[in-house]
Design a protein around this ligand. Sequence first.
Ligand code: AMP
Length: 399
Amino acid sequence: MSLKFIDDPSFEVEGKKVLVRFDYNVPLDKKDSTVITDTTRVDLTLPTLKYILEKRPSKVIIMSHLGRPKGQVVPEFGLEPVAKYLAQVLNEEVVLTETAKDSGIKTLLGLNSPRVILLQNLRYHPEEEKNDHEFSKLLASYGDIYVNDAFGTCHRKHASTYGVMAFFKKKTFGGFVLKKEIKALDQIVENPKKPFMALLGGAKVSDKIKVIEKLLPNVDSLLIGGAMAYPFLKAQGHNIGKSLCSDEDVSLAKSLLNDKFANRIMIPQDHVVSQSLNGEPETISEKSIPDDKIGLDIGAKTVSQYKEKLGQAKTILWNGPMGLFENQSFSKGTYALAEVLANSDAFTLVGGGDSVSALKNSGRAESISHISTGGGASLEYIENGSLPGIQGLKFGVEL
Ligand code: AMP
């Protein structure tokens, strides 16, 4: 069975109710939770939403989560700002329900207008993350056809991304965000153009171990940066001072360094360190870090070595910053490599909130072949070749 997208001829929705899952988990202003600080997540769904509306459905019922209210009604995580923004950009009325279980929803569905209904934050209900059967059934009762365009949550088996599909049988479709993500990720998972190189950074080896194990036999080189580098250095017997590192990560790094493809792993040769997270930056031009120092960025030698290596690549995957890039003193490595990717002729795929925001800050996001909307989801896709939400669209979900 194959995955059908909304541009498939069988997507017939005129006069029907379309239940859509989007990822409207937008960042809100910390001082004023009515203000969306970056509308990208909503903007990206507009082609799907407008396409569906042009097909004259009787209703579009939108579902999303926002933040982590942990199964409780937490007003700061309300979708009010999203409803307001959607009404503005669509130039039509958007009604936000009080909760996703509101008894008034059924009445609303029977009225001629409005066409667009946004269900309040799904994660106000613990049933959402539990993939609860009855909650899935209730959500499914709102629509005749189901569309998923929330790639960033497809790795979660939640009611709105998974359980709900048990009630739609063949009437499930992927939206345009999903279509684009899958096409781009398949260029990495299926037949990446060689040389294929992965640049992995961020905080913890344990978070990315499975994807490293999956990538190692397929990449030509795996370049490690960020705090992920220190467990590898420690495993090789180098001193890492007070750098971020756990024993679990050191033993994972050891096993990777014993892998038959270990010679593909590249580790920083030098570092930018400091006494504290806000201290003065200092360069260490060797692998070992003094006892009283914290490693906070890759050094200049490593940057030029990685730059030269990536210059040979035809495919590059990047996930995770090369250092504590939120502090300008330790951001040079991350920004230098963002520039390398932006200038590369290779197929470049970037995932993970931090790498994406580094690219956006450097103004070079446009030069990347594909920026994934889901960091965790894109890594899991690479690891397993698919995601539960996508498998559900392809093969259906058992009741
Ligand atoms: P991740 O979510 O695993 O991609 O980790 C991203 C976080 O790792 C960012 O907040 C970075 O600031 C942090 N990070 C990267 N390198 C370091 C480092 N050398 N020391 C401390 N934190 C780091």
